[in-house]
Design a protein around this ligand. Structure first.
Ligand code: 89Y
Length: 338
């Protein structure tokens, strides 16, 4: 089978992990890199053996023969780059968050649909090894029917050191981390029917909110509290792990620090540790996240090859609706109904 050819758009922090993530997979190759600052594309190309670099997106699309583009540029450019690629019949893989607003995210999905190209979102958190195992145990029925859940990403990790632009976002933690943890709530419990949210900005040196608390009633009846914060100095730092507790009719299931899953039923508690695979290119501080990129991108590759994929743009749009529903609720102090 011919390898699928793609170009990476954007050679910032995440490209350092998405490119080697693709290189772990059979049947796909990166033929070009774009960055508006050419020297940054050059550096990335040298690091990963990418043959050609561009600082002009249209020129790249004109000259290269591509099956898809992988967009990990600044969020404001996701839609314009998508329009350029889709207009040429090239499939699109786009980093989360899809766009800087719900309207633009809808437009991004519509652009791909009307151009007849596929759209996938590189949303990797649900692909973390301990979270996949957590879902498997939940679905096995071992703890019975869930009625209550808490999904937490609360940290004091100096996130702005690696990604300084996050401090400039008017909408910060719900778009950056909410995109991930609200997606996990959908992955585990299906769609939300109602949502209430309150936010805070604790760090005075950033533009957006750095704390958000979202309470949802999910379609199957689970009450789900999703909390996220980059202002939480806790006894044990969890970054970048998501911690989860589910209470159900016959027991409970906990995803704890250090990748430990704790299953409690009337016979007692058993522990299981599910560690991420440690590829040599990951940043150990982000291990479980960077490692999940490979499984996420394998799913996208399956989708590009015509098989089913969890990562479609239309599916991710439902997560985007939760993010922007959260902002609406926080602004109006109202319950949002879906
Ligand atoms: O940008 C974020 C992401 O997608 O995962 C963690 C992160 O790097 C910082 O919040």
């Amino acid at each position: 089978m011919d390898k699928l050819k793609f170009a990476i758009f954007g050679t910032g922090f995440w490209a350092n992990f998405q490119i080697p993530g693709w290189q772990e997979l059979d049947g796909v190759t990166c033929v070009a890199a774009y960055n508006r600052t050419r020297s940054k594309a050059d550096t990335m190309a040298r690091k990963f053996g990418i043959p050609r670099v561009y600082d002009d997106a249209e020129e790249l699309l004109e000259k290269e023969e591509l099956d898809f583009v992988d967009i990990c540029t600044d969020v404001n450019t996701h839609l314009p780059v998508t329009r350029l690629a889709a207009g040429r019949g090239i499939h699109v893989v786009c980093q989360k968050p899809m766009a800087p607003s719900l309207k633009q995210a809808q437009e991004l999905v519509d652009t791909c649909t009307s151009s007849g190209v596929k759209l996938f979102i590189n949303e990797n958190f649900r692909w973390q090894a301990p979270i996949r195992e957590f879902k498997r145990i939940l679905d096995s029925g071992q703890i019975g029917t869930p009625f209550k859940a808490r999904i937490s990403f609360c940290s004091a990790f100096p996130v702005f050191d690696n990604q300084p632009f996050l401090a400039e976002l008017e909408h910060f933690i719900l778009t950056d981390i909410g995109s991930h943890v609200l997606d996990i709530s959908r992955f585990l419990f299906g769609e939300a029917r109602t949502l209430y949210c309150s936010t805070h900005r604790i760090n005075p040196n950033i533009k957006g909110e750095d704390v958000a608390n979202v309470f949802m009633r999910m379609e199957k009846g689970v009450s789900c509290y999703v909390e996220m914060s980059y202002a939480s100095l806790l006894e044990k730092e969890a970054f970048p792990q998501v911690l989860i507790l589910v209470e159900a009719s016959r027991g409970s299931l906990k995803l704890s620090h250090d990748y430990t899953i704790r299953i409690t039923t009337d016979t007692g508690t058993e522990d299981k540790v599910v560690r991420p695979k440690l590829y040599d290119w990951i940043d150990p501080e982000y291990a479980v996240v960077h490692s999940s990129i490979v499984d996420c991108q394998q799913d996208v590759l399956n989708g590009l090859r015509g098989e089913t994929s969890e990562m479609t743009g239309t599916d991710n749009l439902k997560t985007v609706e939760l993010v922007w529903g959260s902002y609406r609720s926080a602004e109006t102090n109202e319950l949002i109904k879906f």
